[in-house]
Design a protein around this ligand. Structure first.
Ligand code: TRP
Ligand code: SF4
Length: 546
């Protein structure tokens, strides 16, 4: 990235391109950063977004994009680059079913154009028919960042005003702050029962010095994420930056741990918790039944027994090991099969009663259709598919006072590059544009921004600019071009084609930014007059000591 740009006039070329294949995602990676650790309270830079796919199991957003009806421009342009389990949300959107979207904001400073991405994502999901939630993470700001309650009140108000000004509908959606939402606190307490210190230590690097309130803010965030399912389970998307992924992983885990029943596949009375063991057992079983489910043991008896399976596995052991099953896995499966001996082996769907109350367990046993076998801690059903079993488990759970949570989904957006290069940081005013910046100030910041331009206008015409490395181009792609893909593509192609020079390009961007800020702030003013009517308390400092 060059420090400055040829300050000549833009080549206002009219070679506007229709090229819809061009990805206008300004994929700027902070140079020199080699940090792909995901730390919610650390510095939010990611040097290589692809690494997140491999290392943390985040999936590429492009793969679900075709399933999303009328996708948002941030999705189309690859700014939203990753997701966890977004398919159920996309399906609910397509089929007009119930779903929710929620995100939270730590009120530690002014809301800026980086936060606008998340505001827009919540609002878009609301417009697509979702139940939308915006929350102020005031407990987190106080415990993890040490802000005073009166600072928090000020910022909370600013976040709420910008969210409203950008189009959040408070009649349809819900705005709340963590500290005053009793239901969230209650849910946080219950979720805390399922999480222990060692786990938080492993996920967040907490240690003996970590204060207890900071830990409480973590379980509060878990409750935030699951709060849209407080009344009933439904697909929920949490739009966030990838730094929040550790929270998503924990929330998805806790959602599963809260479930009354766990549905798995089994073959006999014994437990097979390990995925590898279950897969091996499945293969051995398939080989014996060859799909007809009616194979006989070789002892003349036509019941297939665990000992028959043990024998078959022992005979083909080498082939199974060559196919990738570890020796230890084979050994454990053999042992289980041999211990079970004469017990018939048959594929079945198993309900493990993890957290079920006795009443819920009994009700489940009652509700299982067809042949079943009841054990102390589980029920086996012989005539239910996995899917039917999942539905039944959830139904019995919700009927008996459980949440029946669906694992929450998430989508991840790229971080915006700072206007001065490096990362966009709330604590470096020149690096970002605050949504509260005076339009003139916003204009000046854009004019002073680093670009992906060449040293001279001549070189720029010859080589083209580096739009992919340019924070100004990012402003167009992430914000200024709005929904207009053609415009975003035109800027991109004119830049890389050498027809667009940085001086004029920045002038255009600066004017658009000033217009945006002026309009945004007008809308904030309008909402400011109506804030009192809203169901969110923006003045808690007076009631707090801390
Ligand atoms: N931890 C988030 C942040 O630092 C804020 C937050 C709190 C949040 N609760 C949430 C984000 C729930 C998404 C969902 O910005
Ligand atoms: Fe210069 Fe604009 Fe290209 Fe950035 S996008 S390098 S500011 S011409």
């Amino acid at each position: 990235m060059t420090a400055d740009s040829p300050d000549s006039d833009a080549a206002e070329g009219d070679a506007g391109s229709e090229g819809d294949a061009v990805r206008t995602d300004g994929g700027v990676d902070a140079e020199g950063a080699d940090d792909t650790t995901l730390d919610p309270w650390g510095s939010a830079t990611v040097s290589d977004y692809r690494k997140l796919f491999a290392e943390f199991g985040i999936e590429e957003f492009d793969e679900v994009l075709p399933e999303v009806p009328d996708p948002h421009y941030l999705m189309r342009r690859g700014v939203i680059f990753g997701h966890r389990d977004y398919r159920p949300v996309a399906r609910a959107m397509r089929e007009g079913e119930d779903f929710a979207a929620l995100s939270g904001f730590m009120p530690t400073g002014d809301p800026h154009i980086g936060h606008k991405l998340v505001f827009d994502e919540i609002i878009w999901h609301q417009q697509q028919g979702g139940d939308a939630y915006g929350l102020i993470a005031d407990l987190e700001a106080h415990s993890a960042r040490g802000l005073t309650w009166s600072e928090i009140d000020t910022h909370a108000r600013d976040y709420v005003l910008s969210l409203l000004a950008l189009g959040f509908d408070p009649e349809e959606g819900e705005l709340y702050r963590q500290s005053t939402n009793r239901d969230v606190q209650d849910m946080a307490f219950e979720l805390g029962v399922e999480a222990n210190f060692s786990e938080l230590q492993a996920i967040y690097d907490f240690d003996g010095e970590t204060d207890v309130s900071h830990m409480q803010s973590v379980v509060t965030q878990m409750a935030d994420i699951l709060y849209p399912q407080a009344d009933e389970p439904r697909p929920t998307v949490i739009p966030v930056g990838p730094d929040q992924d550790p929270h998503m992983r924990l929330a998805r885990d806790l959602a599963a741990r809260m479930r009354y029943f766990r549905v798995t596949e089994a073959f006999a009375g014994f437990e097979v918790d390990d995925e590898g063991e279950r897969a091996l057992l499945g293969e051995v079983y398939e080989s014996l039944t060859a799909g007809d489910g009616d194979a006989a043991g070789d002892d003349g008896d036509d019941t297939l027994r665990c000992e028959d399976a043990a024998e078959a596995l022992r005979a083909d052991r080498e082939a199974y090991e060559a196919a990738g099953y570890g020796g230890a896995t084979v050994e454990r499966v053999l042992e289980k099969l041999e211990n079970a001996g004469m017990e018939p082996i048959r594929r079945r769907t198993r309900f493990l009663g993890r957290n079920a109350t006795d009443a819920a367990f009994d009700a489940l046993v009652e509700a299982v259709d067809g042949e079943k076998r009841v054990y102390d801690e589980h029920v086996d059903a012989f005539e239910l598919t996995r899917e039917e079993a999942e539905d039944l488990a959830r139904e019995v759970e919700t009927d008996h006072g459980g949440y029946g949570f669906t694992a929450p989904s998430s989508i991840y957006h790229r971080f915006m590059t700072g206007l001065t290069g490096g990362k966009m940081s709330s604590s470096v005013p020149a690096s970002h544009i605050s949504l509260l910046d005076d339009p003139d100030e916003g204009y000046d910041k854009v004019k002073a921004a680093t670009t992906g331009g060449r040293e001279t206008a001549e070189k720029q015409r010859e080589l083209g600019g580096e739009a992919d490395e340019c924070p100004v181009y990012e402003l167009y792609a992430y914000l200024l071009a709005g929904d207009d893909d053609e415009f975003a593509t035109e800027v991109y192609e004119e830049c890389v084609g050498g027809e667009r020079l940085c001086g004029g390009c920045k002038e255009q961007a600066a004017e658009l930014m000033a217009e945006f800020l002026e309009d945004h702030q007008e809308k904030r003013e309008e909402w400011a007059d109506r804030l009192d009517d809203l169901d969110i308390d923006l003045d808690v400092a007076a009631d707090r000591r801390g």
